[in-house]
Design a protein. Structure first.
Length: 330
């Protein structure tokens, strides 16, 4: 099957889980930590696909959620046909060379970060990159118990920086060089209740667009599609975080991916290795489309088969698939 590895958040996993697998594409998440948001996390994830990746025990829950480290290390990541990489956050949180996942960090140290004022003050100090000031803050705020002191021993090592267009470009180039085929996806440029853009998000999206175009990598920005169907129909939590997509929007996104990215890639793979890819990629896509696919998707598959049939009129499997879809539509 055509394998896709998601490197990002639910905004990538949603379309793939709800529509990709159902339509004959396989999610390949072997040795994937979980959700992530920054380009630095994506580069770290790329390195983790190899067996020589190592992580301190104390840092493991801050980059991976609900995964056993020994089991993770025993997994083997086979290369995918496409890596879909979402870049949605400029914030880079590190301890030494390990990039932390913001949500996993705050969940793991929930007692500390649950106080919003304390969390904001701590983050600002980490951005200043003054270890002595961070340590003094933690001594004053989080050292009353043995458990708090153990937390602080890790928290004081945190450093926070913000991505720039140049750092994004460099990370995207690393991903382009290290993975077979990549597509970068931006966050959606949603607007608040007053119909004004979220300025920080808009700025980061523009940086991602510029860096991706400069690197010569496929780019998918879901903003135009959101505006076409309406933000209220695209964003599940329209009145709160503007973070989660509706099922309808997931479907429209996957349809976009299929039309503009996936079908051309499958066609190109077939031209390069006809018999192998027809059996491995095309047959599952056609069978799944006929089994549960919506009528509009079946029509797309039918048109695709007509193109392939013209290119390979003597190929028995392609002709059989074409007849199978035609009989289904009759």
């Amino acid at each position: 099957m055509f394998k896709i590895t998601p490197i990002g958040s639910c905004r990538i996993y949603g379309p793939l889980r709800e529509f990709g697998e159902a339509l004959g594409f396989q999610i390949n998440a072997k040795r994937v930590f979980g959700y992530m948001h920054s380009s630095a996390e994506a580069v770290q994830q790329m390195h983790a696909f190899t067996s020589d990746f190592r992580c301190e025990d104390v840092l493991w829950p801050l980059i991976a959620r609900g995964k056993d480290y020994a089991h993770f290390q025993a997994e083997v990541h086979e290369k995918s046909d496409l890596y879909v990489i979402e870049l949605a956050s400029a914030k880079v949180i590190k301890i030494d060379d390990t990039v932390l996942q913001l949500n996993y960090l705050t969940m793991h140290y929930n007692d500390f970060f649950s106080d919003k004022a304390r969390a904001v003050a701590f983050n600002q100090l980490c951005l200043k990159d003054d270890p002595a000031e961070v340590e003094a803050f933690l001594e004053a705020q989080w050292s009353s118990t043995v458990e708090q002191k153990e937390d602080s021993a890790v928290l004081k090592r945190i450093k926070i920086s913000m991505s720039t267009e140049q750092s994004l470009y460099e990370d995207i180039c690393k991903l382009k060089e290290g993975l077979p085929n990549i597509m970068i996806m931006t966050h959606v440029n949603a607007k608040n209740k007053n119909s004004t853009p979220l300025l920080t998000r808009e700025h980061y999206i523009n940086q991602v667009i510029a860096a991706t175009e400069r690197a010569g990598v496929k780019l998918y920005n879901p903003t135009d599609l959101m505006e076409t169907i309406g933000q209220e129909n695209a964003i599940a939590d329209h009145s709160t975080g503007f973070a989660h997509f509706t099922g309808e929007f997931n479907g429209r996104i996957f349809a976009d991916w299929y039309d503009n990215i996936l079908q051309p890639m499958v066609e190109n793979a077939i031209h390069k290795a006809l018999d192998e890819t027809v059996d491995d990629m095309l047959v599952p896509i056609v069978n799944k489309a006929l089994e549960i696919g919506p009528a509009e998707h079946v029509e797309k598959v039918s048109s695709f088969l007509n193109v392939l049939s013209g290119a390979y009129p003597e190929h028995a499997t392609i002709q059989q698939l074409k007849s199978k879809v035609a009989n289904n539509n009759a």
